[in-house]
Design a binder for this molecule. Structure first.
Ligand SMILES: [Zn+2]
Length: 251
């Protein structure tokens, strides 16, 4: 082979590898620790820490652990790594910035009935009344009036496109959590459910919102502040996301 042919051949080879690199993009996951800064979320006195703890703190602790595990296989980012205020809009914009394929929001639940307990895995949907009722929940609280109406329309369009993927992802995460925390910690389980959370709709991609348990339940709040539980919870979520991506992501 002549020198010029060799150069041409190696250039072509280089281009092929480059296009493979672009084409074989690593999936991107954005983990969203709920609340932060001025927004404490739910709060309760945790005996093990001897102080009142906010949902925003435990959500961040769990999210950091999930992020660490996901980074082994994928590109994974957090909407916040510190205790700072971020609007639902800003969280959604971050999903665009990092070109996230999946958006996972981490929360801890609260209820006026102190007996209410259990893990919940929500996926974005608006096809039933229970889901629409969820608009009133605390996770949507910084949206009001017209913005809600506008975002309702936006949500409808996004949901049509992403609902089936979100549902599959939620089922896979739920399965991962059942095999880690449900067995090890006898955590109650309310199963995967449809809901309309604006932070999920605004993210414009397949998304899931997790409620790890209830801050208002005496046993569950201690459990969620326990680093061993948090490790297993993060492992269950990361396993669920990983197996979903391996089965469904089009590389
Ligand atoms: Zn929350």
């Amino acid at each position: 082979m002549s020198v010029s042919k060799k150069i041409l051949f190696s250039t072509l080879l280089g281009c092929m590898f480059l296009s493979w690199e672009i084409w074989a993009r690593t999936p991107v996951v954005l983990i969203d620790p709920g609340h932060g800064g001025d927004d404490c979320g739910a709060k309760s006195y945790i005996r093990a820490r001897q102080r009142v703890i906010c949902e925003k703190e435990l959500a961040l602790e769990i999210a950091l652990k999930i992020n660490k595990l996901l980074k082994k296989n994928f590109q994974s980012y957090l909407t916040r790594t510190l205790d700072r205020t971020i609007s639902l809009d800003d969280r959604a914009q971050m999903a665009d910035k990092v070109a996230a394929d999946y958006f996972i929001s981490i929360h801890l639940n609260a209820h006026e009935n102190p007996q209410a307990k259990g893990l919940e895995v929500y996926y974005l949907d608006n096809h039933n009344n229970i889901a629409v009722h969820k608009i009133e929940r605390v996770e949507n609280k910084d949206l009001k009036g017209e913005i809600v109406v506008i975002n309702q329309i936006l949500a409808d369009l996004v949901i049509e496109r992403t609902a089936p993927i979100s549902k599959g992802l939620a089922q896979s995460i739920h399965k991962g959590l059942v095999s880690t925390i449900k067995r090890a910690f006898s955590q109650s389980d309310r199963g995967p459910k449809a809901a309309l959370f604006y932070v999920l709709a605004l993210s414009k991609r397949p998304s899931v919102l997790l409620e790890a348990g209830f801050m208002t339940h005496m046993r569950e709040r201690e459990l969620m502040a326990d680093p061993n539980f948090q490790d297993k919870f993060a492992e269950g979520v990361a396993n669920g996301i990983t197996s979903f991506i391996k089965k469904n992501y089009k590389y």
